[in-house]
Design a protein around this ligand. Structure first.
Ligand code: ATP
Length: 235
């Protein structure tokens, strides 16, 4: 189903060809993970949900794969925490940005940024570094599913907290992010939504104190150990 959604995304001019290749990388890891949410990923998801709720200015970044695979979930989450969505694509064309924005709006999005970027991430090549000043550029917390390592590093260098959703625990994005959820984007987003609805995390909490006892490297090591343990048992 995910492959079909991506092919439909290509046909609709929403997803890029490079997105298909990125999906293949993710899918390979999902086989190793067992196409389920690992315990370590759930721990990271709980922390991510708490940070998103308590952030002063959270922004949810949407690229072509995320739009094809999980636009409904991204819109639900944005409404739940009252955060804007920002179309933020690696292979930027204005037509593709517009189509993703329209898809999100048809899915019920209230505020979608990214069509007229007016700021740039330092050290990132022009088109790939374009962002909205009132969005990602000034956000304190950015949810960046399927992000590229350079941009994740640039966001961290700007002092932001980055929540990554990436099936590859070895990617640079997973390594750089503040909180890395090693899970499929749709599963992870559904879990975040369920946690926020069910547990109603404290909106007045301080994101830094939530992170005080959180060790992202430990979570990534646990993810790799869970994958390795599963392979040993299957072998
Ligand atoms: P990096 O630059 O972070 O080292 P990369 O070169 O693979 O990694 P991208 O292609 O921009 O960077 O990242 C896409 C990432 O998204 C890949 O790590 C891939 O494993 C992951 N991915 C692909 N499909 C999914 C999915 N459905 N859910 C979660 N992650 C996914």
């Amino acid at each position: 189903m995910r492959r079909e959604k991506l092919v439909a995304g290509i046909e609709a001019g929403i997803t890029s060809m490079h997105g298909l290749i990125a999906h293949g990388r993710g899918e390979a890891f999902d086989y190793l993970i067992g196409e389920r949410t690992m315990d370590s990923a759930l721990q990271a998801t709980e922390v991510a949900a708490a940070i998103l709720v308590s952030a002063k200015k959270p922004v949810l970044s949407v690229n072509g794969n995320v739009a094809a695979l999980a636009s409904a979930e991204m819109v639900t989450l944005s409404r739940l925490i009252d955060a804007p969505l920002e179309v933020n694509i690696f292979y930027r064309t204005e037509a593709r940005v517009k189509r993703i924005k329209e898809l999100l709006e048809r899915s019920g999005a209230k505020r979608v940024l990214g069509e007229m970027p007016d700021a740039r991430l330092a050290s990132i090549e022009h088109a790939r570094g374009l962002v909205a000043r009132d969005g990602i550029y000034t956000a304190d917390v950015v949810l960046a599913p399927l992000e590229d390592g350079d941009r994740c590093e640039a966001l961290i260098a700007m002092g932001k907290k980055v929540i990554a959703i990436d099936l590859n625990p070895l990617s640079r994005t997973s390594r750089y992010a503040t909180v890395s959820i090693v899970d499929d984007v749709q599963r992870a987003l559904r879990n975040i939504i369920t946690i926020i609805r069910g547990k109603n995390p404290d909106r007045n909490a301080d994101p830094d104190s939530i992170l005080a006892n959180y060790d992202n490297n430990r979570i990534l090591r646990a993810a790799i150990n869970e994958i390795a343990g599963r392979l040993v048992n299957l072998g």
